[in-house]
Every structure is written in structure tokens, then in C-alpha cells.
Design a protein around this ligand. Structure first.
Ligand code: ZN
Ligand code: ZN
Length: 774
């Protein structure tokens, strides 16, 4: 008897992202191709397969399982165990997809939302297709996932699609092996699927009115409103968007006014890559990012003359662009026939509105019209934002398409951990075993709405991933709302993590880097362990601990948090360090009223509400004020973004920015740098050149300090963390300087460098600390 003829029975378990990605239909096709009998089914967290057939066919199946797995899947582990043919029940002839088994206690990956696939797009615009212009078209390769899943395993009856019973035609597709919609849990069509309707802000309708023209009517009305400069609230995949004609400056201004969003850049949505190229420069890496099925907003360099209204991204040379990701967006864009501003449906800084009552309550003052649908959004989620920094993608906001995919923990969590993050750009991380589940971007924890959103998302994550935290990790800052949330949780143990150490630990965790490094943590401000504010720190650090070995020279920050919006205050704080150089700082204070200025000076003199801070964010603010680029900021980071925009990729030599050894700790002293900037400006040098020189000065001084530390400590790996490293010019220059002397540079990969990545860093520290105390 030859091996090929030997009968083999085999039980296979596949772990990874294998649910909601067309995995069972794929297994069915593969098994059928190899003439195998048996079955496949979802259990919690994995897919189980039983195979029965010729030995060679089983072997071929196993070999091809990884190689040919569906594009959206990620196989982490395959285990195959042979079972005795004689001892087990006979397998029915043929290969079947069995009902899912819900297995309490197992860890279960939850698939993220996926943009409409090319096959669905073809059907959407094919007049002969039964789903022509159907705004909820999906298949096993595409459609909403995380946003519609109520619980696991992923089957229609545990998603918000359970309210729609498939019509016989859809049911037939669902049941037919080989069909693109075989076991597509979100399958629907114009006969049986969700409905679309138009509502005026004054109408409190939360279900579709009877006998409307189901799709064409509402879509055409909405498109007409947009062409006529109106503001449309569109209920989409993760929540509401506010949409206006991106080429109409009046419309964009009106949106800003009503949304109370003065200057923060707005994202633009178009349908094709060619349309993106008409408004921005697109590199190959950027094109790839735009086309990814996660469909993030990508920050691109805008072209100088385009149709886009100037008020979309005032004063910046970048523009955030995303490609349409849902069929509804495709239809709306093709009917409106112009790029659309698509910004989160919220009032400034609140979480995105997702339910119909919430949308109506929060957006009726802003929108002229609502485009509604009745596919419920179980988990609201914002759009993700990425920019390319020296050819690598860097997250600014991680949300739709990426959350809730897991991120590996560098060391196993011995107890389930909840890390509550910081205050701004808040996220939390739930960690258990080797996996960390980072929440999508939740917003700034300033408002009651964000706090509620935080709690609701945490409940949902705990339920979906079945993690009941026993250890909580929080920031050192006692005033953060996240600290209060941590206190309420009544965990067995609370681990307090210094803000900038969390930034470095996040980078180490993502790279699975075990040893000690020089950590450079540059951001706004965070609580230091000496009672002052930190934000430009050099550490010798590992995942568990840190030693502060250098920092920016600290200066008083008159007005405390107020200084974030008023860069001139940062400059005033530095000028108080060296009164003899007051003249250099004069320009920063131009146009500031005498009263305001004197009040701030008194705060510094009396040491009242003028905390000492070593903040890189505030250093950028002070430089922008001295150069006259930005004395009053429209939002946090405004001054730095404008400085970076001015600098562009212009070559420049660094100005003096000495690094001094003060009793064993390195101090970066920016006062000579400010003096040089002010002097050069008085000589009439171009602002653009000075902005470039400022960036090079920060990069050169940092590199000099890092090289000194690496030599004295015998280290050759450097981790860069914190929001300042979203500045591509700075990061690229610093990386090049360090790599030139053969240091290895680590930066964040799949999480933002800013406070959005903080909770993951806290979880990494907590996991490492738990190991130590075992
Ligand atoms: Zn599809
Ligand atoms: Zn149907």
C-alpha cells in the first residue's frame, strides 16, 4: 500500500485572525479540492477542522493552508493531531461548515472593519447587478466587522445584522460553497438589507419612514445638498461624519463655525488614487497606505494649486486624505462628483456620535440634513490617521481598520492587566497572556462624553476579549481622569508608571526589545518623579525601569496648562532664565497686551502657577513665538506643525544648542539657540531657513547627548518615543545622525508615538514588573 492510499484522519486547530475573514469558506474550498471529508467550525478564538481522506491529500491540505489563506487572515499557529481511524466515529461523506461552538474562557481575536473590496465595487456600479447602487454591499472579503459585532464567535446572530433576515436569494449565496458570499455574515441586498433615508435636523426620526425610494432618492438628495454647499451628517461605518464640498471655501468655513473648530485641519475623502494625486504629492509608500483595506487618513504634502478650499487645512502644507471605504461613501462621492470634507461627527474634541439619537442630539445644530441608515453601530470608532516619516508609516491616530487587532506583549502578562493611559488622545489597553488589546482612539478625557465613551468601550472590550483585569496600570499624574478611573476599579494591585517611561516602554514592547537602551522621550508635558513637569527626557531604560540621565533645561511655564495655547508664555519662561538676553525674546511678546504680559511675569517672579517644565513641545512653541510664526496656538501642536511646514525639506546647519554635564546628568540648554534664532531673524534671514535650522539644532543636540550616553553606558540601541516624534523632519534627521554612528534606532510601528500609545507602554511596564515580583 502506498502512502498516498493510506487513509488519514486528522484534527487541526488554527489560531490567529481566522474569524470574520472568510476562513471557513476557504477551508471548505481547499478540503473539497483535495477530496477530503470532514468539517470546519469556529470556536472561541480559533477554527477547528476535522479532515478525513488520503494521507497525501491531508498533507497537501496542511501545506496549502498557510500558503493560500485568505488575505485578511493571519495564522499564528496550526496544530494537527492524527486520530485513530478505527477508534473514532465515521465522518460523513463530503465537507461541511458546522455551527459555531462558543467556548467559554477562550481568548478570541475580533476582526477589524475592512474597506469594500474591488469585486463588490464592480457590482455596486454595474446596472445589471442586483446590488447596483446598494450602499450596504459586502462579501466575505470586506465590510464592517468590529463595528457590528455584539459578541463572539463571529456569526450573523451575534452582530447587528441579525435584525435583517436574508431573502431567499441572499440565503442561497450564503449556503453555496464556492460563492463569494458563502458564509458572509453581513450578507444582504436591496430586498432584505438595511435601509437608507434622509431626515431634517428637526425631525426626530430614528427609523426609516415608509415607502421612500429606498436608495437612489436619499443618495441623490444628499449629493444635491453637498453640491449646493450644504452640511450633511452621514451615518457611516464607525459613526457619523460631517461632510461638505471640499472645494467650496464658504461651505468649509460654515462647517468650522458650527462645529467650533477654528483651525484644526479637516480630512478630505475621494474615490480614486488619481483624485488624490490631483490634490497632493503621493509617494509609493503613501499610495500603498491609502489603498490598504484599513483605509486610513494619510497626511500628504498638498500641491500648491488645487481645487481644495484653503480653509480645509489653513496655514499647513499637508492635507489629510482618505479613499472612500464603504459603498455608501463611494455612491455619495460619485454622485456629488467632487472631493468631500469628511470629519468626525462631533463637536470639537468629543467622541464620534454613532447612534441615531446621539447623532440627532449632538449634530442637529451643525448639519443641514442627515443621511441615516438602520444598520446599528455596536462599537463607534473614528478614522485612523497615518503619516509617512522617512519612508515608514507612523500612526497619529489608531482606530478604524486597526483596532481591535491585538499587539504582542514582549513578556507574558502573569495577571490580566488594564492600563488606563493618559489624559489627551486617550486609549486603554487590556492585556492577557501574550496579547495586548489597545482600544481605538477615544479622545481627550476632558468631557463627560469622552469619559462615558471610555467606560463603554472598556466594558465592550472586557466582554469581547473576556479579560477581567486584576492589575491596573496608570500614569503618575494624580489629577488625570484616567487615574480616577483606575482608582474606581478596585483592582488587586495598581502599578504607577511615569509618563515618559511609558512612551519608551511602548517602543521597546513593539520591537520585543528586552535589554537596556537610551530612551529619548519628547512630548508636551507629563508628571515627572521629582514633582516638576517633564517632556524632553533622556533615560537609560528597559521595560521595567528607567534612570533619568539627561533632559532639556527646565524653565517656568507661566499659566501652566494655559501655555499650551499661548506659545509666547513658553518664550517668556525661558527669557526669565537669562534676563540679560531679554532682547532676544522681545519678538515673541509682540502683540501680547501689557496686562497679560505683566501678569505672566508676576507668575514667574512669585513662582505662582508657573511650574518648572522641561518640555520639548513647549520648546517648539517658544521657538515659533520668537520667530513670530505663532504666538497664539489654535490647538495643541499648532506651533510645531507650522514650524515643520515652514522648514519643509530645506537643508540647514544646526545653531548652537549646547549639551552640558551637570553633576553627571546631561542638560540641553536652549537659551543660546533662542538667542541665535532671534539674532538671525533681526539680520533678516528667511523664516523658512530658520525653521529648518531650528529642527537641525534639536536633532544635532539630541544626537550629541545620545552618543555621549551610549559611550558612557556601553549601549548601542536608542528608542524614540513621545508625540514630538510625529514631526517627520525631526525624526528623520535624528535617526540619520544616530545611524551614521552605527546606533540602532527604534521607533513606534503600529501605535502612535503620541499619548495614544501610552496605555500600551503602561501595560508593557506592568507586565515586566509582575515578572520581577513573581
Ligand atoms: Zn467584497
Ligand atoms: Zn437579500
Amino acid at each position: 500500500m502506498t502512502a498516498a492510499a493510506t487513509r488519514r484522519r486528522c484534527r487541526v486547530q488554527v489560531a490567529g485572525i481566522v474569524q470574520g475573514v472568510g476562513f471557513r469558506p476557504f477551508v471548505h474550498r481547499l478540503a473539497t479540492r483535495h477530496r477530503l471529508d470532514g468539517w470546519v467550525r469556529n470556536t472561541s478564538g480559533r477554527v477547528d477542522i476535522e479532515l478525513d481522506g488520503a494521507g497525501a491529500d491531508v498533507a497537501a491540505f496542511l501545506a496549502e493552508l498557510r500558503a493560500e489563506a485568505p488575505p485578511l487572515s493571519r495564522i499564528d499557529k496550526v496544530s494537527a493531531v492524527d486520530v485513530d481511524v478505527a477508534e473514532t466515529d465515521a465522518v460523513d461523506e463530503g465537507f461541511r461548515i458546522l455551527e459555531s461552538l462558543s467556548n467559554e474562557g477562550g481568548r478570541r481575536p475580533v476582526p477589524a472593519d475592512v474597506a469594500m473590496c474591488a469585486a463588490c465595487e464592480r457590482e455596486l456600479f454595474d446596472p445589471s447587478d442586483r446590488r447596483f447602487e446598494y450602499p450596504f454591499i459586502t462579501c466575505t472579503d470586506c465590510g464592517p466587522r468590529y463595528t457590528v459585532i455584539e459578541s463572539l464567535p463571529y456569526d450573523r446572530e451575534r452582530t447587528t445584522m441579525r435584525w435583517f433576515t436574508q431573502c431567499p436569494e441572499c440565503e442561497r449565496e450564503y449556503r453555496t460553497p464556492g460563492d463569494r458570499r458563502h458564509h458572509s455574515e453581513t450578507n444582504s441586498c436591496p430586498v432584505c438589507g438595511p435601509r437608507l433615508w434622509i431626515a431634517l435636523p428637526s425631525e426626530r426620526v430614528d427609523s426609516p419612514p415608509d415607502n421612500t425610494d429606498r436608495y437612489g432618492g436619499p443618495l441623490r438628495l444628499a449629493a444635491a445638498l453637498l453640491r449646493g454647499a450644504g452640511i450633511l451628517a452621514v451615518r457611516g461605518v464607525g459613526g457619523f461624519h460631517l461632510a461638505v464640498d471640499a472645494t467650496n471655501d464658504d461651505a468649509v468655513r460654515r462647517l468650522r463655525e458650527r462645529k467650533h473648530r477654528d483651525a484644526k485641519p479637516l480630512a478630505v475623502m475621494v474615490r480614486t488614487l488619481d483624485e488624490v494625486r490631483a490634490i497632493a504629492r503621493v509617494s509609493d509608500v503613501e499610495a500603498e497606505l491609502l489603498m490598504q483595506r484599513e483605509r486610513p487618513i494619510v497626511l500628504l504634502e498638498s500641491l500648491s494649486s488645487t481645487r481644495i478650499a484653503p480653509s480645509v487645512a489653513p496655514g499647513l502644507r499637508t492635507i489629510g486624505v482618505m479613499l472612500a471605504y464603504s459603498p455608501l461613501h463611494h455612491l455619495l462621492l460619485s454622485l456629488a462628483d467632487r472631493p468631500l470634507v469628511m470629519t468626525s461627527g462631533n463637536r470639537s474634541e468629543e467622541p464620534i456620535a454613532a447612534s441615531i439619537p446621539d447623532g440627532v442630539a449632538r449634530l442637529s445644530e451643525i448639519a443641514d440634513l442627515f443621511l441615516m441608515h438602520d444598520r446599528e453601530i455596536e462599537s463607534p470608532v473614528d478614522d485612523s490617521v497615518i503619516r509617512v516619516s522617512g519612508n515608514s508609516p507612523a500612526f497619529i491616530r489608531r482606530a478604524r481598520g486597526y483596532a481591535p487587532k491585538s499587539i504582542p506583549l514582549p513578556c507574558t502578562a502573569l495577571e490580566p492587566i488594564l492600563a488606563v493611559g493618559g489624559h489627551l488622545k486617550s486609549t486603554f489597553t487590556l492585556a492577557a497572556g501574550d496579547d495586548a488589546y489597545v482600544s481605538p482612539h477615544l479622545g481627550d478625557l476632558d468631557t463627560l462624553e469622552t469619559l462615558q465613551h471610555f467606560r463603554a468601550t472598556l466594558d465592550r472590550y472586557s466582554r469581547l476579549f473576556r479579560i477581567v483585569p486584576r492589575v491596573v496600570a496608570r500614569d503618575l499624574h494624580s489629577g488625570y481622569l484616567s487615574t480616577r478611573i483606575a482608582a474606581e476599579l478596585d483592582a488587586e494591585r495598581c502599578i504607577v508608571v511615569q509618563h515618559h517611561h511609558a512612551h519608551i516602554a511602548a517602543v521597546l514592547g513593539e520591537h520585543g526589545h528586552d535589554g537596556r537602551v537610551i530612551g529619548v522621550s519628547y512630548d508636551g508635558t507629563g508628571a515627572g518623579d521629582d514633582g516638576t513637569s517633564w517632556g524632553a527626557e533622556l533615560f537609560v531604560a528597559d521595560q521595567k525601569s528607567y534612570e533619568r540621565v539627561g533632559h532639556l533645561r527646565a524653565a517656568p511655564l507661566p499659566g501652566g496648562d494655559l501655555a499650551v495655547r499661548t506659545p509666547w508664555r513658553s518664550a517668556l519662561g525661558y527669557s526669565s532664565l537669562e534676563p540679560s538676553m531679554a532682547a532676544a525674546f522681545a519678538n515673541a511678546l509682540e502683540s501680547v497686551s501689557d496686562d497679560e504680559r505683566h501678569a505672566a511675569e508676576r507668575q514667574v517672579q512669585r513662582n505662582f502657577n508657573a511650574p518648572l517644565a522641561s518640555s520639548m513641545g513647549r520648546l517648539f512653541d517658544a521657538a515659533a513665538a520668537i520667530l513670530g510664526v505663532c504666538r497664539v496656538a489654535r490647538f495643541e501642536g499648532d506651533a510645531a506643525m507650522r514650524l515643520e511646514a515652514l522648514a519643509g525639506s530645506r537643508a540647514a546647519e544646526p545653531l548652537p544648542f549646547p549639551v552640558i554635564n551637570v553633576s553627571g546628568r546631561l542638560l540641553l540648554d536652549p537659551v543660546p539657540l533662542f538667542a541665535a534664532l532671534a539674532e538671525a531673524r533681526q539680520r533678516g534671514e528667511r523664516i523658512e531657513d530658520l525653521a529648518a535650522a531650528f529642527h537641525e539644532s534639536v536633532a544635532a543636540a539630541t544626537a550629541a547627548a545620545v552618543v555621549t550616553l551610549c559611550q558612557s553606558r556601553g549601549l548601542d540601541v536608542v528608542a524614540l518615543g513621545g508625540g514630538v516624534f510625529q514631526n517627520a523632519r525631526l525624526t528623520t534627521s535624528l535617526r540619520a545622525r544616530l545611524e551614521a554612528v552605527h546606533l540602532k534606532v527604534l521607533t513606534s510601528i503600529s501605535l502612535p508615538a503620541n499619548d495614544g500609545g501610552l496605555s500600551y507602554g503602561q501595560a508593557v511596564v506592568a507586565a515586566a514588573v509582575l515578572h520581577d515580583h513573581q
